[in-house]
Design a binder for this molecule. Structure first.
Ligand code: NAP
Length: 271
């Protein structure tokens, strides 16, 4: 029996993950002999899962989703600077000798649609202070953005993040009037299906501001609708989802995803 190189996404629950669809699309488009699966891994089984997989030469690695993004950092051989920076790991890559390297592709995935924009010294508003916000703030700090205003339900958490990422800025309540900003990012769960709406008055934003919503279910959130109605440029959550997956795909399979197929992939993800 021949065996195929494979990667997978692990989490609990895992049925909702769109990663198998994205990676499977690229594997087919490139005609690779490889596979990408989903694996339901419970917190109590995480360490045993990692030890089993590290001895499997066909296993190229895994993407990691809730609730394992923190615990996995203790189980890889080389976590790089992920713990000290973003504080959450979403990708594990197996080296040929069985050692495991961990990284986080969310920050680069978030930043990819903004790469052509000079954010140095640009005022930015971030809504949220959870795991996704950490990746966003890490990328913004790297880009030299600031001051950064964080709007969050729990102000202390947000203040801690400004300090962690060495960002100048302030923390405001979710219902505070917005300061002017070049970029507004929703990194909270607000606006997601089943969650309360994110209701912001966008009128203080200048007309060249960009509004970026990480939420991808639904894809067209109330925030993006309001931004488009004001004529502002918008970026939706699928850009980041596809961007973080693209970086992991290359780490697993050694080739970049095919170019020029994003519209097809987006249509598949929305079907
Ligand atoms: P998380 O760690 O649980 O953080 C959730 C954030 O939303 C926190 O700031 C929390 O405020 C806030 N929040 C939740 N419910 C709220 C409510 N009822 N009222 C006010 N604030 C509320 O979640 P996460 O992993 O950061 O994910 C956040 C969002 O980003 C989700 O919609 C997720 O799907 C999306 N996301 C998208 C991508 C992508 O690739 N597009 C990647 C990662 C995440 P407190 O701090 O006060 O609790």
């Amino acid at each position: 029996m021949t065996s195929l190189p494979y990667a997978e996404v692990i989490g609990d629950p895992i049925a909702q993950s769109k990663s198998p669809l994205i990676h499977g699309f690229w594997i087919n488009a490139l005609g690779l002999s490889g596979d990408y699966r989903r694996a339901h891994v419970l917190a109590d089984d995480l360490a045993a899962y990692v030890e089993r997989r590290r001895t499997d030469p066909d296993w190229r690695g895994c993407n990691v989703t809730m609730p394992h993004k923190a615990a996995i950092m203790d189980l890889v051989d080389d976590p790089g600077d992920v713990r000290a920076t973003i504080g959450a790991m979403n990708t594990v890559v197996r080296q040929p000798d069985g050692s495991l390297i961990g990284t986080n592709t969310d920050a680069a995935g978030f930043y990819a649609p903004l790469a052509e924009i000079d954010l140095a010294g640009a005022p930015v508003i971030v809504v949220g202070a959870g795991g996704a916000a950490r990746a966003v703030l890490f990328a913004l700090a790297r880009a030299g953005a600031g001051p950064v205003t964080i709007l969050n339900r729990s102000p202390l958490k947000a203040m801690g993040l400004l300090a962690t990422f060495g960002l100048k800025g302030e923390v405001l309540a979710l219902d505070a009037p917005l300061p002017p900003a070049a970029l507004l990012v929703n990194a909270s769960s607000l606006g997601m299906t089943g969650q309360p709406a994110l209701d912001l008055d966008l009128s203080p934003l200048p007309e060249d501001a960009i509004v970026y919503d990480l939420v991808y279910s639904p894809l067209e959130t109330g925030l993006l609708r309001a931004a488009a109605a004001r004529g502002l440029a918008t970026v939706d959550g699928l850009d980041m989802l596809i961007g973080q997956a693209a970086l992991a795909f290359e780490l697993f399979f050694g080739v970049a995803p095919p170019e020029g197929r994003d519209d097809e992939l987006r249509a598949l993800l929305l079907a």
